[in-house]
Write a protein that binds this ligand. Structure first.
Ligand SMILES: *Cc1c(COP(=O)(O)O)cnc(C)c1O
Length: 470
């Protein structure tokens, strides 16, 4: 690529370079299949990257969920699994790690994040209640709806604007929340569903100030706050970097303070916590804990394993301690920003500022000739795969789904294709290859013709929908 500037990562960001705080002990070979094979694989997958076989993928940026590389210490922990049905010693290690770093009192293990979302939604939401939150997440909102709740988006307006350079685009708009409380009454609000960082907005963070003020407002009205802590560690990095007074506070201390403004959290441990499977629910209220702990035996497993093997809980407990290491978080977020920086320097439209776990390509600006009904972000993901075998995913019209009351498409303001970076898996050279492929697809943007949906599942359609080229 002639445009590529021969600058090191450090030079790009105006400082001395630094490197990953680990070295590679084991490798997994990957290879790229031919262009004809990629074309055919995409057709067979119904132009849905979720339906590709991973053997047909070269660099897999579908998701950062369960795709992290575990450390040698985590793998060693796998050998220490206590596979007792009840009271496994690894469960107690997990409880201790969550209490130490997140600070909540009671823990219920689950097989992954949505298991915890199910429990908290069923335990706390009464039919007809509202659940305000800082932008929806697919599984989170669905569980809130299945429990009889109605999700209300109260995120700041800037979150819906991919060009806004505000530092904390994940913040809750307290005026919007105040207006909702006024309109429906505090009793009709199940809890505030706070996420850090906000996945669907592009991995955008919430400030400590916002959490503090939210706590004040909710205390005035007796409303609980539950945190989607899936990427809260990455959120803490942005607080450390951008918020006054936190530059010298360790990530672990920032995490503890932030969680302290909330009443509990659910976690997809497959993200921040550096394991391939696992999740947990943590709450401070005794009654909510009792309800969730009772329900977990119906849906997940006994309350001391919740669908995880003992060895998984051990790897998770170790993963939690590694995930709050300052060098680890800095490396992780800066790798994402390295990719974003390359694309920005080549004028590829992406969500700015670059978030914590992924670079989000702005398919609306990339393909202005396609309407949202032609699924520009889905199209872009398909084109990128065909160009280089890089797998990304849609976060736009397909992911947003239909309004359960009207049955109409939701047409979200953001139409994005997500390049999600697994933790500790790919090198800077992989990021270069990805960036160059995105540039090629961008240069050919006028030729993209869009897609039509030919199969639409009822729930979470983005996982299994099928498309054909227009
Ligand atoms: C992945 C994710 C979930 C759901 O967790 P799973 O482990 O996939 O079930 C919930 N919230 C956010 C923000 C997520 O990214």
């Amino acid at each position: 690529m002639s445009e590529k500037t021969p600058k090191t990562m450090g030079q790009q960001f105006g400082r001395r370079s630094w490197a990953e705080p680990w070295k590679i002990k084991m490798v997994e070979p990957i290879h790229m299949i031919s262009r004809e094979q990629r074309e055919q694989a995409m057709v067979e997958a119904g132009f849905n990257t979720f339906l590709l076989r991973s053997d047909d993928v070269y660099i897999d940026l579908l998701t950062d969920s369960g795709t992290s590389a575990m450390s040698d210490r985590q793998w060693a922990g796998m050998m220490l699994g206590d596979e007792a049905y009840a009271g496994s010693r690894n469960f107690y290690h997990l409880v201790e790690a969550i209490q130490t770093y997140y600070g909540y009192k009671h823990i219920v293990p689950t097989h992954q994040g949505r298991g915890a979302e199910h429990l908290i939604s069923q335990a706390v939401i009464k039919k007809g209640q509202y659940v305000p939150g800082n932008m929806y997440f697919t599984t989170t909102r669905l569980h809130q709806e299945l429990a009889g709740g109605t999700f209300v988006d109260v995120i700041v307006d800037a979150a819906h604007d991919p060009t806004s350079l505000r530092k904390f685009k994940g913040n809750i708009d307290l005026d919007k929340l105040g207006a909702l409380i006024e309109r429906v009454g505090a009793d009709q609000i199940a809890y505030v569903s706070l996420a850090g960082t906000v996945n669907m907005a592009g991995g955008q963070p919430v400030s400590m100030e916002n959490a503090r003020q939210l706590r004040e407002l909710c205390d005035k009205h007796g409303i609980l706050i539950y945190l989607d802590a899936t990427r809260m560690v990455e959120n803490c990095f942005f607080i450390q970097e951008r918020e006054e007074g936190y530059a010298h506070v360790p990530i672990a201390a920032i995490l503890k303070e932030f969680c302290g403004y909330t009443d509990g959290a659910w976690m997809s441990a497959k993200k921040d916590n550096l394991v391939n499977i696992g999740g947990w629910l943590a709450v401070n209220q005794e009654e909510v804990f009792d309800a969730a702990r009772n329900m977990v035996v119906i849906y997940e497993g006994l309350h001391t394993y919740g669908g995880m093997a003992g060895r998984d809980m051990e790897a998770l407990a170790i993963g939690i301690t590694e995930s709050v290491d300052d060098d680890h978080v800095r490396t992780r977020v800066n790798q994402v920003r390295y990719l974003g920086g390359l694309l920005t320097s080549w004028n590829v439209p992406i969500v700015q500022p670059v978030g914590g776990h992924a670079v989000f390509l702005d398919a609306k600006r990339m393909y202005p000739h396609l309407t949202q009904d032609q699924f520009p972000a889905q199209t872009l993901a398909a084109e990128l795969y065909i160009d280089s075998g890089v797998r990304s995913m849609e976060r736009g019209n397909v992911s947003a789904g239909r309004d359960p009351n009207t049955g109409n498409n939701r047409y979200p303001a953001l139409e994005l294709t997500r390049l999600t970076i697994p933790r500790r898996v790919y090198t800077q050279a992989h990021m270069d290859v990805v960036a160059e492929s995105v540039k090629t697809v961008y240069d050919n943007r006028a030729n993209a013709s869009g897609l039509k949906m030919v199969y639409e599942p009822k729930y979470l359609r983005f996982f299994q929908a099928r498309f054909e080229r227009l």
